[in-house]
Design a protein around this ligand. Sequence first.
Ligand code: GTP
Ligand code: SPV
Ligand code: MN
Length: 590
Amino acid sequence: MHKELEKWINKCASMCRPDAIVIIDGQEEQKRQLEKEAFSTGEIIKLNQEKLPGCIYHRTHPNDVARTEHLTYICTKKKKDAGPNNSWMSPGTAYRKAKSIFKDSMKGRTMYVIPFSMGPVGSPFSRIGVELSDSIYVVLNMLIMAKVGKDVLDYLGKDGEFTKCLHGKADLDVNRRLILHFPEDNTIWSVGSGYGGNVLLGKKCLSLRIASFLAKNEGWLAEHMLILGIEKPNGRIEYIAGAFPSACGKTNLAMLLPPEALSKKGYRIWTVGDDIAWMRVDSDGALWAINPETGFFGVLPGTNWETNYNAMMTIQKNAIYTNALLKPDHTVWWEGGDGPPPEKGIDWMGRPWKPGMVDKDGKPVTGANPNARFTAPISQCPSASFRLEHHHGVPISAIMFGGRRASLAPLIYESFNWQHGVYAGATMASERTAAQYGKQGEVRRDPMAMLPFCGYNMVDYLSHWLVMGKKMKKTPKIFFVNWFRRDKKGEFIWPGFRENLRILNWILDRCEGNVEAIRTPLGYTPIYEDVDMDGLDFPKDKWAELFYIDKDEWKNELKERKAFFDIFGNKLPEELLEEHKAFKERLKSL
Ligand code: GTP
Ligand code: SPV
Ligand code: MN
């Protein structure tokens, strides 16, 4: 066995004092055994096996339903290495605080050892981690989300490098919850939570926070991005990566079903990933990306056969449903799901529920939590790409940045060049969603959708993006999208979802030099006639509404951008200030 791994497991065990230690082998039999055990304790509920074969249900603690960004820390020796946007704790303090919570916390429980690979085992793109956890729910999720088991241990050999990931539920007390990252030690400690991104440590913690730190040092990119392939009627497949903040449409876009008129022409979508992209400049000088995950951890509310057919297909079997409404027939429902609400059920907090219920303030009580999620294997998605196992992933033709803005930002614009595109990404802002605790709807700056996920100083991250552009022979074009602009009545102007393919198609046309565009102060925007509207009745005046540039609003936006940049003092790369000034000038001429 791997000496360092053994030593580390023993060290953690002597702190947490589990009754037993079990190594997860990745085999079906062990999985079934663990499920059985979790059914008997009530940790997990078996769903209707006729209607949802292989599916299970779980509720997290009511105070533990989304990532807790305010309890998430980057623990570098020097505070400045975490930067002004991260919560920071010194490694000494962090280990000490967490130790006092971890101490004896696994008494009466089992510690599971989960060896996992993010990315195909053996690919130079991949990274190995080992998660120790006292939660069967975590084990079952990890089995879907990453490559788990004996193969990984074999690959690790006697002295392979791995990220040390320790997770314990402890007593699920929010006051004793810490999500700690030690990039300099290649270590993650998470305690006091049982929810998704806080505890599936291969996901945000390793694949974004730790990986972004490694990527900066090693010259690659770890990003909060979906990856999809668009197959054109001529058979060519071009790949696009896109960064949108949490609950802003990555999963939906990644597995989009082409609108009928386009599908008849031969358009197809191939899903590579819905949340994370690791990208490198490959031997050909182009940017290539892998999705390090093997599963989706997607938002349930709003997902139905109409909005996301492929997701619905994916979750009909072998899926984990978290914090949904449990129906009497042991199937599940959520707000914005299919069909009318059931007459009754048990809500995400375990209470009897009926449609129309209101709380003491008169607000509707939802059956599912707004951040209820499904976990399911990508391989079950009808649009799963055939390149998922490729060690170098897919070549990226274009990058999209996007946010949720009710006004201001147009449906799409193309940046003038890489540097301008980095500026567009750096100044991204979006309305807060249920994926994170905090005031919903509030606009916050979220550069490249990485604000909660960058494992080092954001200003160094932005510089790194500029440097990466110089490393490529040909940089992908960078676009900015906003599916969420609203009209005066508060309705979304653009129908979104599958119709977004029309915009993706324009992106490819621009990459291939097939169409001209309108030069605006923001960047290039599409000529209405160049967008394939076959089968969609979307009149030109509504289109104009989507692209209206409100000068006063933008003036205010400029001020907010400047205030955000000021956080970084004189550290901000000169290039971004240049872009900011140039943009200001262009706006004046409007
Ligand atoms: P994370 O998993 O948190 O990273 O989220 P995500 O970026 O994958 O978001 P997801 O695709 O799950 O979408 C979140 C919400 O946005 C859902 O409620 C969707 O219904 C809604 N949504 C997605 N795409 C569109 C769109 O094109 N238009 C509109 N109006 N809503 C959308
Ligand atoms: C997100 O919030 O961006 C997610 C869900 O993808 S979680 O895994 O909880 O971070
Ligand atoms: Mn995400």
